[in-house]
Design a protein around this ligand. Structure first.
Ligand code: DP6
Length: 343
């Protein structure tokens, strides 16, 4: 008999960046992210246990996409001790994203976290368990699929990576970071300027790898940790938004500076990324409005601002920044409530 589940899981945007890893998807420094709302993957997992063998079929919006299979099979291999039915079942995965694939919006984060939720849910059903889903386990499985995915399963904010000053923090899974922040940040807005909507020229995995030959990599890991400690304090109150803005931009620019300063340097910003950043800086000075940006490993610009300023800032974005976007596209997203079981 076949079992199936459907989960929706959001993307996330790191404020303190995970960049550099070792072992099996273990981070070199802790990271902290906003969980998004409108940018998500919806995934249906169908599992039919069979006597021998088992095959995997991967679809995107109902259409076969065998190219996505290898990353999924690598994850299955890593977690087959925990979920041994993965290798003895016929499995169909069908998903869609609400945002362009491979454009620096973390599609692997939403997809791998959705997959981890589906796997854990099916596992409970196969064991006839009525327990609720254990999010630490889900986060650990998601991490093995893609590091940043482990942060997508918590509402508002999530922290991933061990730090001796942070209770419960771990390199193995993310922990929720909602109760530690002022409500001001719980409905923060993120308008994503789609500067380019094609595939990235260099994958995140290759980018992490380059950190291993960077002579000042250890300094970067220390800076990230220091920025995290400061940001944690800043997020406790709403009136330190200038420091919030400074830290977000510091991390975003440093991430891209790392890419540009390795032995085989590369650039993921596009000319319009830089033009948009300059516009944001100019607008912030002229208007005094609390707006800043962060960047993922790609050219798109995430414009961050509080809900209280949403209408004025969106009007400015639509008027001034659409010329820098592909077909004028931007996604007005915001901090969200985490994954949702659909079926
Ligand atoms: C720049 O999680 O995509 O978005 O673990 O190799 O799958 P893998 O990498 P990935 O790296 C994300 C890097 C980042 C920063 C972040 O999300 O923290």
């Amino acid at each position: 008999m076949a079992l199936d589940v459907t989960w929706r899981s959001p993307s996330n945007i790191a404020l303190i960046k995970y960049w550099g890893k070792h072992g099996i998807q273990l981070p070199r420094n802790p990271s902290l992210s906003l969980t998004l709302s409108e940018c998500y993957t919806q995934m249906r997992l169908t599992v039919e246990p069979v006597r021998e063998g088992g095959k995997l079929e991967v679809l995107y919006d109902g259409v076969p996409r065998p190219a996505f299979g290898s990353k999924i099979l690598s994850l299955f291999k890593l977690v087959s001790d925990r979920y041994n039915w993965l290798t003895t079942s016929n499995i169909v995965i069908d998903s869609f994203n609400t945002f362009p694939h491979g454009a620096g919006i973390a599609s692997s984060a939403s997809a791998m976290s959705a997959l981890a939720l589906c796997i854990e849910d099916i596992d409970l059903q196969l064991r006839g368990s009525t327990d609720s889903i254990e999010l630490n386990r889900v986060s650990e499985t998601a991490r093995l699929g893609s590091g940043s995915a482990c942060r997508s399963i918590f509402p508002s904010m999530a922290l991933w990576g061990a730090d001796e000053n942070i209770n419960g923090s771990s390199d193995l899974y993310a922990i929720p970071w909602e109760s530690q922040i002022d409500p001001f940040y719980k409905d923060y807005c993120d308008s994503i300027l789609i500067i380019h909507d094609g595939e990235k020229s260099v994958s995140s995995t290759a980018g992490h790898e380059l950190m291993n030959s960077l002579p000042f990599a250890d300094i970067r890991y220390d800076v990230a940790r220091k920025n995290l400690h400061t940001l944690i304090e800043v997020l406790k109150v709403k009136d330190r938004v200038e420091e919030f803005n400074r830290l977000c931009e510091y991390e975003a620019m440093q991430l891209h500076a790392l890419m540009m300063s390795g032995e085989s340097p590369y650039i993921l910003m596009a000319p319009n990324t830089i033009s948009a950043i300059q516009k944001i800086w100019q607008y912030r000075i002229e208007s005094g409005n609390p707006v800043c940006f962060t960047l993922d490993a790609g050219p798109n610009v995430h414009v961050l601002y509080p809900q209280s300023h949403a209408s004025v800032i969106r009007e400015w974005l639509e008027n001034e920044l659409t010329p820098f976007c592909v077909e004028g596209r931007m996604i007005h997203d915001r901090v969200g409530a985490g994954p949702l079981k659909i079926n």
